[in-house]
Design a protein around this ligand. Structure first.
Ligand SMILES: *Cc1c(COP(=O)(O)O)cnc(C)c1O
Length: 371
């Protein structure tokens, strides 16, 4: 096969393209009717009281921390196995990231290790729904309630996934979705805050829009805000994607099914284990090589896949080992051994709706010959 098989690819149709054109012709490019329409689709889907569109998942996380009152001197407990925006959002408000190691099978934060990390400065826990699945939220909620902590769910990878029948995004005090083109739905760039908390919602709405209060004037700013608004152009894309969500997810599940059938029954690698009660809307297709593979061997496989025009990546590098975390925040290798061991062995294979069953068979065949 000579054609390149990309790691990800957005599922865009004429519906999205026509919706963009219509907004462009309307002249109402920002703060128009598409914003509340897109937000309403999230309150309906996730089953929460408030949804607030932002221009990225990262900005959504940032304003939630501000609305929760997290700041200098506060500590937030989170996982070292995630995308950098998770823990960076804690640093944006000058709070401290306190990492807790992950479970070796689910690759999610291990609730059994959370209580030992709690200090009098701990103010919040940020569980991440890694790869669209989630950690044991009932255990996390119990710990948060016992110690009076806020819970921010980073659900950027988990739109539509459920845990014990509850939508991901609704499991914490607030949640943040992201709409970069590799997520379940995309708006180009974009994000969405979801919460049942009236006060968090009120402050997030204001912070997104330069600190304005509703019904106050354009030049009246009640608090230090940002411009984190999502344009109507992007909301129009999101609305069409949400209308097609069931179709998009059904296709993603079909591709995931082909992978699982092809990958099954080989001891040289494993895939992510799901907790009982998790119904997954797949985000990526990540395999973890078994312990006898070194990081060097994994990196060689990644390079060989790329040389054969198969998109792939090492989701994720441990957050605590990112250069500026080591340099400026004093983290070091060996602190979170399970995360480090998983991170050294993961390979994300191409995963999107334009893959055919033959593409998947080709990818798995090449992958297996490289093992
Ligand atoms: C994608 C993602 C984000 C941030 O999303 P952006 O929209 O790219 O800012 C945050 N956390 C996780 C876990 C993500 O996967």
């Amino acid at each position: 096969m000579d054609r390149e098989i990309t790691l990800s690819s957005p599922d865009i149709t004429d519906h999205e393209i026509n919706a963009v054109t219509a907004v462009m012709r309307s002249g109402h490019l920002s703060l128009g009717p598409k914003v509340p329409e897109f937000e309403r689709m999230f309150t309906d889907k996730v089953g929460v009281k408030h949804a607030i569109a932002c221009n990225s998942g990262t900005s959504a996380l940032h304003v939630i921390w501000r609305a929760m009152g997290i700041g200098p001197g506060d500590e937030v407990i989170t996982t070292p196995f995630s995308f950098i925006a998770s823990s960076n959002s804690i640093l944006f408000v000058d709070a401290k990231c306190v990492f807790v190691d992950i479970d070796p099978k689910t690759w999610q934060i291990d609730p059994k290790k959370i209580e030992a990390a709690i200090t009098p400065r701990t103010k919040a826990i940020m569980p991440v729904d890694v790869f669209g699945s989630c950690p044991d939220f009932d255990a996390i909620r119990a710990i948060a309630d016992k110690h009076n902590l806020c819970v921010l769910e980073d659900c950027c990878e988990a739109l539509g996934s459920t845990y014990k029948g509850r939508q991901m995004g609704s499991l914490g005090d607030a949640g943040a979705f992201g709409f970069y083109p590799n997520k379940q739905i995309t708006t180009g760039e974009g994000g969405m805050i979801v919460t049942n908390d009236d006060q968090i919602a009120f402050v997030c709405r204001s912070l997104r829009n330069q600190g304005r209060d509703p019904d106050a004037g354009w030049l009246a700013h009640a608090r230090l805000g940002f411009n984190y608004r999502l344009p109507d152009i992007n909301c129009a894309v999101g609305i069409e994607q949400m209308k097609r969500l069931d179709e998009i997810i059904a296709k993603r599940k079909r591709v995931a099914g082909w992978y699982h059938a092809q990958l099954e029954g080989d001891k040289r690698y494993s895939t992510q284990a799901l907790l009982p009660g998790v119904e997954l809307h797949p985000f990526v297709m990540v395999v973890k090589l078994s312990d006898e593979y070194t990081r060097e061997k994994r990196d060689a496989i990644l390079n060989n896949l790329k040389a054969r025009k198969i998109g792939c990546n090492n989701y994720f590098t441990p957050l605590h080992l990112q250069p500026f975390y080591v340099r400026d925040h004093g983290y070091r290798e060996g602190q979170f051994p399970i995360c480090e061991s998983v991170s050294a062995r993961t390979i994300a294979l191409p995963f999107h709706n334009h893959l055919t069953e033959a593409d998947v068979a080709h990818v798995v065949k090449v992958f297996k010959t490289l093992l």
